[in-house]
Design a binder for this molecule. Structure first.
Ligand code: FES
Ligand SMILES: [Fe+2]
Length: 420
């Protein structure tokens, strides 16, 4: 029997061409996925948890995840933000079920263990036993120390109103993790203005989580898949643009300026490239230039592994990647604006959020192509994807006709995942 046609290899090796090929098994192997959780989500990296505007008052909390682990982002009475794991220190249940709420303290319903907002164990029912007929029954051992049984506390970093956390207390500072180039674009969006939460979308995508990072590192597809973009002049492959990475090539920024090329010369002008197509509701494309843009009309930032920061004209949002097994993830969008926005600007941001979001004309396409990619990967993990547009190298570019950011991400992925 020939084994050269093995479709399900047992110990597959990365193709010799390097990251201009990505083997399908990188998206299908459950053991590899568990290793990704360990090495990318639970160690050495900062992961996104939310915006501090989501928990404005003392006692406010938001439940979310890092990788697959449930965590709570909590506002303490002194205003500080804590992130604790949603796993009771007693017998381990994920005690918090609400997505958002307000509490004086955190209590597990099973045996009522009670924790402070920063995760310190402060109450254990029957700790000293129960008196009955003049004697004390049960209770915790005499050497039981509550401080040994706090909730798992994560390291927290906030910048510009964005909250990151890490299970790894030795993780490098957030600013170093992002690197100066990505940090510059991060600070452009989160420049210290108070954020205003406009709403959420949740999108379940049956594909490997890395496909979402790839999707936002892929300037090849928008003008081809999202025909809507092109029709209404929001995207052209010859837009003035830059693709930039951190030195590890794990994070990236796709920076583009609409109207710097071709027909859509005026950024506030709705230009249809198909003369007979018109929007029934032109408010979708009521775009108003904002001073903080400083040039670019769209900056899509991928911060590896957990989050995408989006500015598409007036629509700004975070998109949180929440993996669930090797073949699915939840994609959670938080649409926001700024506290000094006029009511008109808030409405405009919401309109555009609907346009770009999962119920609109753009991200629904991305969800579907990711699903169909995963579908094929599962059938023949021995095969590979081709990532050669723009060459086989990795580097910043001043054009969009390249898949270099995807090659860069897998360079980093391999470094971390193949380390012994
Ligand atoms: S499992 Fe939480 S109190 Fe027992
Ligand atoms: Fe897309």
């Amino acid at each position: 029997m020939s084994v050269s046609n093995t479709v399900f290899p047992e110990n597959p090796k990365w193709p010799e061409e390097g990251t201009s090929r990505v083997p399908f098994w990188a998206y299908t192997r459950e053991d590899l996925y568990k290793k990704e959780l360990d090495r990318l989500f639970y160690n050495d990296h900062w992961c996104y948890v939310g915006l501090d505007a989501e928990i404005p008052h003392a006692g406010d909390f938001k439940r979310t995840v890092i990788g697959e682990r449930s965590v709570l982002m909590v506002r303490e009475k002194d205003g500080s933000i804590h992130v604790v794991e949603n796993v009771c220190a007693h017998r381990g249940m994920a005690f918090c079920r609400e997505r958002h709420g307000n509490r004086d303290s955190l209590t597990c319903p099973y045996h009522q263990w009670n924790y402070s907002l920063s995760g310190d164990l402060q109450g254990v029912p029957f700790r000293r036993g129960v008196k009955q007929d003049g004697k004390v029954n049960g209770g915790m051992p005499a050497d039981f120390k509550p401080s040994d049984h706090n909730l798992t506390k994560l390291k927290v970093a906030t910048r510009g109103g964005v909250v990151f956390a890490s299970f790894d207390h030795d993780v490098e500072p957030l600013e170093d993790f992002l690197g100066p180039v990505i940090l510059g674009y991060f600070d452009r969006l989160f420049d210290g203005r108070k954020l205003k939460i406009l709403g959420y979308n949740r999108q379940r995508i049956p594909g490997n989580w890395k496909l979402m990072q790839e999707n936002i590192k892929d300037p090849y597809h928008p003008g081809l898949l999202h025909t809507w973009f092109v029709t209404f002049g929001l995207w052209r492959a010859d837009n003035k643009s830059q693709l930039l990475m951190d030195t590890h090539h794990r994070h990236a920024a796709m920076v583009s300026t609409r109207g710097a090329a071709g027909k859509a010369a005026d950024v506030t002008q709705v230009s249809s490239f198909k003369a007979n197509m018109e929007l029934n509701d032109p408010r979708f494309l009521d775009i108003v230039q904002e001073p903080w843009w400083g040039g670019p009309t769209a900056v899509m930032m991928t911060v590896f592994p957990s989050v995408i920061f989006q500015q598409q004209v007036n629509s700004v949002s975070t998109r949180h990647i929440q993996p669930d097994g090797h073949g699915a993830f939840d994609f959670v969008w938080t649409h926001f604006g700024f506290e000094d926005d006029s009511e008109e600007m808030t409405q405009r941001r919401l309109q555009q959020a609907n346009l770009f979001g999962p119920a609109g004309f753009v991200s629904a396409d991305d969800g579907e192509v990711i699903e169909w990619s995963q579908e094929a990967f599962e059938t023949k993990p021995s095969h590979r994807a081709l990532v050669e547009l723009g060459g086989r190298e990795v580097g910043d570019t001043d054009h969009m006709v390249t898949e270099t950011l995807i090659r860069g991400m897998y360079e980093y992925w391999r470094k971390v995942m193949e380390a012994t």
